[in-house]
Design a protein around this ligand. Sequence first.
Ligand code: FES
Length: 99
Amino acid sequence: MFARLPDLKERAVVRLTVDGRAIEARAGESVAAALLLSGVLVVRTTPVSGAPRGPFCMMGVCFDCLVSIDGEPNRQACMVTVRDGMQVERMQGARKVDP
Ligand code: FES
Protein backbone atom coordinates (compact mmCIF):
# COMPACT_ATOMS: atom_id res chain seq x y z
CA MET A 1 0.00 0.00 0.00
CA PHE A 2 2.79 2.43 0.91
CA ALA A 3 6.12 2.71 -0.88
CA ARG A 4 9.32 4.57 -0.12
CA LEU A 5 10.32 7.26 -2.63
CA PRO A 6 13.26 6.12 -4.79
CA ASP A 7 15.70 8.75 -3.48
CA LEU A 8 15.06 7.66 0.13
CA LYS A 9 15.95 4.03 -0.57
CA GLU A 10 19.64 4.95 -0.67
CA ARG A 11 19.75 6.43 2.83
CA ALA A 12 21.32 4.56 5.76
CA VAL A 13 19.27 1.72 7.22
CA VAL A 14 17.93 2.28 10.74
CA ARG A 15 16.74 -0.69 12.81
CA LEU A 16 14.00 -0.39 15.41
CA THR A 17 11.37 -2.62 16.97
CA VAL A 18 7.58 -2.36 16.96
CA ASP A 19 5.95 -4.39 19.72
CA GLY A 20 9.19 -6.38 19.83
CA ARG A 21 9.24 -7.09 16.08
CA ALA A 22 12.29 -5.81 14.22
CA ILE A 23 11.68 -3.46 11.29
CA GLU A 24 13.96 -1.39 9.09
CA ALA A 25 13.56 2.27 8.19
CA ARG A 26 15.74 4.84 6.48
CA ALA A 27 17.59 7.68 8.18
CA GLY A 28 15.45 10.79 8.37
CA GLU A 29 12.10 9.03 8.17
CA SER A 30 9.48 9.66 10.83
CA VAL A 31 8.38 6.81 13.07
CA ALA A 32 4.92 7.07 11.50
CA ALA A 33 6.34 6.63 8.00
CA ALA A 34 8.38 3.64 9.17
CA LEU A 35 5.28 2.07 10.72
CA LEU A 36 3.17 2.52 7.60
CA LEU A 37 5.94 1.26 5.33
CA SER A 38 6.29 -1.86 7.49
CA GLY A 39 2.55 -2.58 7.26
CA VAL A 40 1.52 -1.32 10.70
CA LEU A 41 -1.62 0.68 9.93
CA VAL A 42 -3.24 0.72 13.39
CA VAL A 43 -0.99 2.23 16.05
CA ARG A 44 -3.46 2.87 18.85
CA THR A 45 -7.07 2.51 19.94
CA THR A 46 -9.20 5.26 21.42
CA PRO A 47 -9.70 5.31 25.22
CA VAL A 48 -13.53 5.58 25.05
CA SER A 49 -14.74 3.32 22.22
CA GLY A 50 -11.61 1.33 21.42
CA ALA A 51 -11.78 2.43 17.78
CA PRO A 52 -8.58 1.82 15.81
CA ARG A 53 -6.44 4.78 14.80
CA GLY A 54 -3.44 5.17 12.53
CA PRO A 55 -1.28 7.98 11.18
CA PHE A 56 -3.45 10.34 9.14
CA CYS A 57 -2.20 13.91 8.78
CA MET A 58 1.54 13.16 9.10
CA MET A 59 2.13 16.71 10.35
CA GLY A 60 1.32 16.75 14.06
CA VAL A 61 -2.31 17.83 13.92
CA CYS A 62 -4.62 14.81 14.31
CA PHE A 63 -2.92 12.89 17.16
CA ASP A 64 -4.03 9.60 15.60
CA CYS A 65 -0.44 8.38 15.54
CA LEU A 66 0.23 8.27 19.30
CA VAL A 67 2.61 5.48 20.30
CA SER A 68 4.97 4.65 23.11
CA ILE A 69 8.60 5.33 22.20
CA ASP A 70 11.34 3.95 24.42
CA GLY A 71 8.83 3.60 27.26
CA GLU A 72 7.37 7.10 26.96
CA PRO A 73 3.66 6.94 26.00
CA ASN A 74 1.62 9.37 23.88
CA ARG A 75 4.40 10.40 21.49
CA GLN A 76 3.35 11.62 18.07
CA ALA A 77 4.96 9.13 15.71
CA CYS A 78 4.80 11.56 12.79
CA MET A 79 6.88 14.13 14.68
CA VAL A 80 9.70 11.83 15.82
CA THR A 81 12.59 10.74 13.58
CA VAL A 82 13.66 7.10 13.71
CA ARG A 83 16.97 6.12 15.25
CA ASP A 84 18.80 2.83 15.70
CA GLY A 85 17.59 0.75 18.63
CA MET A 86 14.36 2.69 19.13
CA GLN A 87 11.58 0.65 20.77
CA VAL A 88 8.09 1.54 19.57
CA GLU A 89 4.95 0.07 21.08
CA ARG A 90 1.38 0.55 19.89
CA MET A 91 -1.06 1.82 22.50
CA GLN A 92 -4.51 0.67 23.56
CA GLY A 93 -6.40 3.66 24.89
CA ALA A 94 -3.93 5.07 27.35
CA ARG A 95 -2.08 1.75 27.54
CA LYS A 96 0.00 -0.38 25.17
CA VAL A 97 -1.74 -2.71 22.70
CA ASP A 98 -1.33 -6.37 23.63
CA PRO A 99 0.73 -8.01 20.86
S1 FES B 1 -0.40 11.59 11.98
FE1 FES B 1 -1.57 13.27 12.68
S2 FES B 1 -0.54 13.92 14.48
FE2 FES B 1 0.68 12.32 13.70
